[in-house]
Design a protein around this ligand. Structure first.
Ligand code: P71
Length: 461
């Protein structure tokens, strides 16, 4: 096999000014820790973790500019200047008109679902996300997956696996009527598909279709700038546009958004709901005080809103995205060199191992991805996350969802780890891969009712 030369051009456009010391542990300590955690990486104390790839959510390193902006936080209960600065940044970089701050993404999902969904209506989306779908269901909606089939195939190399299948959407509209569709959610850089982008052409086609049928497009913009980077790399006509321009164009093709600022926007907490529709805004401004806080802070401190305003600006910088997505690609390429089965193309926020192929002798009912995440932790103290049958949970009627994708996610926090850390991670995955035949599945011994993956407990078979 010809060895692929990994380009170094993704080098970081920043340097370190402060570091956080990490603890190393012995294998015996890790075996003990994961057992105590019920073989669920969510239940591990972070003290026992060496390299934490559980999530890229709220785990970013902030810049010196963000930290200094925090000193300007206006903590007034009402009419905070910090809200004005965050609102201004959202309008400038994303283009939405009306903004409601929330404590994080799911707070925005709750408000939006309650406002726009009538009981029994369908909510199509380009693959489910755990919290998004749950809020839709709690509001009486029925989620319908309208992502292209390629997204459910970890080996398919489609460059825009996040695309909406307009035919699937049209079939749903024909079957139930457009008035039974609450809205369609379009997530950019689809998380559960492996961090896969949507193309601008697809968004444009969707815009045309939804305008014809009077259906709103709601944008889950949690990772929109990473999506924009892929459009710049892969879509004809965008190679000379900036991430900043592409992000604005994406947003312009939608009617509103929910955002978890904990990802793209480079902060540790925060989110918002945005809309171009005054009536939706008015309702959200009423509802936000019930669940989050006044409409000028929505559960956030003034300083959090300052950090978001600066983080948004830093996130749409081309050099930032080159290094961010470049680091993820580096890890993915390393794993491929070891022959480890991963989702391809390599995504924007992490590398996803295909646990079905990694552990073919463990049936989905014995939780192969959950098992593999535990084994990786035992090997090296690297913490990852299950994204398979445990995460998918149960349907409102109690049956288990059986997702085609049974994945372990190695999510890379932004601006936090080095290339040498990525080497450690790939080597650990390779060691577990070598010993994969000896690995046995698990049984679930405790299952919470909502979002079970957070607190479920397991035992080794
Ligand atoms: C991630 C998270 C955080 C998370 C959420 C649920 C289970 C495990 C981890 C959060 C997202 C997201 C998308 C596309 C909305 C949210 C909710 N992702 N949409 O990937 O990825 O935002 O966490 O701020 O409430 O680890 P929130």
């Amino acid at each position: 096999m010809k060895k692929k030369i990994i380009p170094r051009s993704w080098a970081e456009p920043y340097r370190m000014k402060m570091v956080e010391l990490l603890k190393t542990t012995t294998r015996a300590q890790r075996v003990n820790a994961i057992k105590k955690a019920g073989y669920n990486t969510f239940l591990l104390p972070s003290e026992d973790v060496y390299i934490d790839l559980l999530t890229d959510s709220g785990t970013n390193a902030m810049s010196d500019r963000q930290w200094s902006a925090m000193m300007l936080g206006d903590e007034a209960y009402a009419g905070s200047k910090s809200f004005e600065r965050m609102e201004k940044a959202i309008r400038k970089f994303y283009g939405y008109k009306y903004i409601i701050p929330t404590h994080q993404g799911r707070g925005a999902e709750n408000l939006l679902s309650q406002i726009l969904i009538k009981k029994g209506q369908y909510v199509p989306g380009n693959m489910y996300f755990t919290t998004t779908r749950l809020h839709q269901e709690l509001a009486g909606g029925i989620f319908a997956d309208v992502i292209i089939d390629e997204a459910h195939d970890p080996k398919n190399l489609h460059p825009f696996k996040g695309n909406v299948d307009i035919n699937k959407l049209d079939a749903l509209v024909k079957k139930h009527g457009a008035d039974k569709i609450a809205y369609i959610t379009v997530a950019t850089n689809v998380n559960m598909a492996g961090g896969q982008p949507v193309s601008m052409a697809n968004l444009r086609e969707l815009r045309t279709y939804t305008l014809q049928h009077g259906i709103k497009v709601i944008h889950d913009m949690t990772r929109v700038a990473e999506n924009a980077w892929f459009i710049k790399q892969r879509e004809e006509g965008y190679e000379n546009k900036t991430v900043r321009e592409i992000v604005l164009e994406i947003c312009s093709l939608t009617d509103g958004a929910t955002m978890s600022a904990k990802k793209d926007a480079l902060v540790n907490i925060g989110g918002f709901m945005a809309t171009n529709d005054y009536e939706v805004y008015e309702e959200a401004r009423n509802l936000v005080v019930v669940y989050e806080g006044l409409h000028t802070y929505g559960g956030l401190a003034g300083r959090d809103m300052e950090a978001i305003a600066v983080g948004i600006k830093e996130s749409v910088d081309d050099n930032h995205q080159r290094a961010r997505v470049g680091q993820v690609e580096y890890l993915g390429e390393r794993m491929k060199l070891y022959g480890i089965p991963i989702v391809e193309p390599i995504g924007g926020h992490g590398v996803f191992i295909d646990a079905k192929e990694f552990l073919p002798h463990v049936p989905q009912g014995q939780f192969p991805a959950q098992t593999l995440a535990a084994e990786i932790f035992i090997d090296s103290g690297v913490r990852t996350m299950e994204r398979g049958i445990v995460s998918a949970g149960r349907k409102p009627n109690g049956e288990n969802y059986h997702p085609n994708l049974e994945l372990v996610r190695f999510t890379i926090p932004r601006r936090v780890y080095t290339q040498a850390h990525m080497d450690v991670v790939a080597e650990s995955a390779a060691r577990v891969f070598e010993n994969r035949k000896k690995i046995k599945g698990m049984v679930m011994i405790y299952e919470p009712k909502y979002l079970r993956f957070f607190q479920a407990r397991f035992e080794k078979l």
